[in-house]
Design a protein around this ligand. Structure first.
Ligand SMILES: Nc1ncnc2c1ncn2[C@@H]1O[C@H](COP(=O)(O)OP(=O)(O)O)[C@@H](O)[C@H]1O
Ligand SMILES: [Mg+2]
Length: 397
């Protein structure tokens, strides 16, 4: 099975591009399911159909589905749901309302991951297209399996034991119910279920991520950050979709100004995402609603190509741990080390190669460290990050 995730800032066109990709995959003969994980669903609007929390057939070889974490929780994790309702109602929320909204943090991510797991395990479809929530939540979704595993290994055994002992003492003093052992057991089942998801999601044979953006400062900035973070977690970004491009023959002064702005960011996008195919999509003369418009959008993106192809099979930007250090590797073919210049400013790393400068937003683990030299090996620039001396001393004490 092939899994393609679409992410990007709110409003850039993720849902439209995801739905268009799905329509095209189905037309190419793949059994395709498109699923929205954004709690503010609009996938149904794209198809101009009412969708539900189970997949419905929306075309030949095409199914669509909007994940509802509340629905999943009531259906599969009743114990957790009951507990959440109890907590919410002791906080003064009406019980009926509590039942509607009781959703512990992380449930949206869990429910989406469970469905991705369901589809990849079943093998009833050839392609799964995921229309994700805006960037931040998507990163949360993709890092959730790591967090869950950590919690399960490190915190869960300790916390469950402690709770068993402390509950009789603490409960009378608390203004909300403490989780029972059953709640813990149910939570464990759920987390164990997520094991293995990371492997599916970071195997570029199966899963790749596509970033959708518009040519505006904040959107491009967020897209670049997403790319860095996705790389950090080992997710492969295999395409960038630049949506809402203006036609070149505009005579109106206002639009000409916008065109100049777009042009500036287009260059930045090309430099920042070098090595990843960039697909350009025009601003259409109408909204992208209904199968016909979705097919039109898909044609603009992929031409005659296969949208389920893997356009990139490995990351051009990678972060590895090497003993106590971290090494950031960047594919920069055909350069000598003498041609590379590095500088840092406010959590950004600037890599200059000739006239070409790339700005990398450093993830926190790297921003906290000092840069200790760079080398070029196998067509890759490798930048070493070491711990700051004070930090090393502090942990020794
Ligand atoms: N290239 C385009 N041309 C015209 N309208 C577009 C284009 N891309 C998206 N839209 C419209 O913009 C709106 C937001 O798109 P949507 O796909 O819902 O964004 P997101 O999922 O990123 O929030 C929708 O009304 C959609 O029809
Ligand atoms: Mg959307």
């Amino acid at each position: 099975m092939r899994v393609v995730l679409f992410t990007g800032k709110g409003g850039v066109g993720k849902t439209s591009v995801a739905a268009a990709t799905a329509v095209r995959c189905a037309a190419a003969g793949y059994r395709t399911v498109v699923m929205s994980t954004d709690p503010a669903h609009s996938l149904g609007d794209s198809f101009d159909l009412e969708l539900g929390s189970d997949s419905v057939q929306v075309g030949d070889k095409l199914w669509a589905h909007e994940v509802s974490s509340l629905h999943e929780m009531q259906r599969h994790w009743a114990k957790l749901h009951e507990y959440a309702v109890e907590v919410f109602s002791t906080q003064g929320l009406d019980e009926v309302l509590a039942d509607e909204v009781a959703n512990p943090p992380g449930m949206d991510e869990v429910a989406s991951l469970m469905w991705i797991k369901h589809y990849t395990a079943r093998g009833e479809h050839d392609v799964l297209i995921v229309d994700c929530a805006p960037t931040g939540e998507t990163l949360q979704l993709l890092t959730f399996p790591d967090a869950a595993k950590w919690w399960l290994d490190k915190i869960y055994p300790w916390s469950r034991r402690a709770m068993r002992l402390a509950r009789p003492v603490l409960q009378p003093m608390m203004h909300m119910p403490l989780p029972s052992d059953e709640v813990y057991a149910s939570l464990k089942d759920l987390l164990v279920d997520l094991d293995g998801m990371r492997k599916v999601l970071t195997d570029p044979e199966i899963t790749t991520v596509r970033i959708v953006l518009n040519l505006e400062k904040m959107v491009v900035k967020e897209a670049k950050r997403a790319y860095t973070y996705l790389s950090l977690f080992g997710y492969v970004t295999d395409a960038v979709i630049v949506n809402r491009q203006l036609p070149s023959d505009l005579h109106d002064e206002l639009f000409q100004k916008w065109q100049r702005i777009h042009h500036r960011y287009q260059l930045e996008v090309e430099q920042s995402f070098a090595g990843i195919p960039i697909f350009n999509v025009p601003l259409f003369d109408r909204e992208v609603v209904g199968e016909k418009m979705l097919a039109r959008m898909a044609r603009a993106i992929y031409g005659d190509g296969d949208p389920s192809a893997r356009f990139v099979t490995s990351n051009s930007q990678r972060i590895d741990k090497d003993g106590q250090d971290f090494v950031l590797s960047l594919k920069v073919p055909f350069v000598e080390k003498s041609a590379v210049d590095l500088s840092r400013h406010n959590g950004e790393l600037f890599v200059t190669v000739g006239n070409y400068r790339r700005e990398i937003s450093l993830p926190r683990v790297l921003a906290r460290r000092d840069t200790a030299g760079a080398s070029i090996e196998d067509g890759e620039l490798r930048v070493r990050f070491v711990r700051r001396p004070e930090a090393a001393k502090e942990t020794k004490r």
